[in-house]
Design a protein around this ligand. Structure first.
Ligand code: SF4
Length: 170
């Protein structure tokens, strides 16, 4: 199975806690003004990459705390990313996902692949980047409207629970 990507960063410390392998997916419908990654918007850009190949690269690095799916828009490719996410979780790495969609709208899709990808994530940072709410003081987010959602707590509580509420180390 392949996923369309813009590229990867093998060791990042700005896309979630700890040292992380980041997969930048290709294709984004949100077109947020001020987007840091505009070359990832065109769904015809980038290249197809076998998820096994990505997994092999992840397994090479013993320093990784986790993996991050960023964009582009990861939730426009939920099937291959859910497959990749399932293998990542077997390695006991945590999974951060950035999305320009609102979490509740993703849940409202009632799409099995989307639901599977949500359930495999530890944290989801949701919502578009809003230039008017940009802040350099936020950790792992670009604008104040974006929420860092604790997925396990959210699914357990049946309401959206943010990392601030659960007093996470992040
Ligand atoms: S969702 Fe992310 S990648 Fe897409 S336009 Fe907005 S900031 Fe850029």
């Amino acid at each position: 199975m392949t996923v369309r990507i813009a590229g990867v960063v093998r060791e990042s410390i700005v896309d979630g806690p700890g040292i992380r392998f980041v997969v930048f997916t290709q294709g984004c419908p949100h077109h947020c003004p001020g987007c840091h990654n505009p070359e990832s918007h065109d769904p015809a850009g980038g290249y197809d990459c076998d998820i096994e190949k990505i997994l092999t690269e992840i397994k090479k690095d013993p320093l990784l705390k986790g993996v991050t799916f960023s964009g582009g828009e990861p939730f426009d490719q939920p099937e291959p990313l859910a497959e990749l996410a399932a293998e990542i979780k077997k390695l006991e790495l945590d999974l951060f996902i950035y999305t320009g969609y609102l979490f509740e709208d993703l849940q409202g899709r009632c799409d099995p692949a989307t639901d599977r990808l949500i359930s495999l994530a530890d944290y989801i940072v949701d919502g578009p980047f809003l230039l008017s709410q940009r802040s350099l003081e936020l950790k792992f987010r670009g604008s104040k409207n974006q929420r860092m959602i604790d997925v396990a707590q959210t699914l357990k509580a049946g309401r959206t629970v943010t990392m601030e509420e659960t007093d996470s180390a992040c």
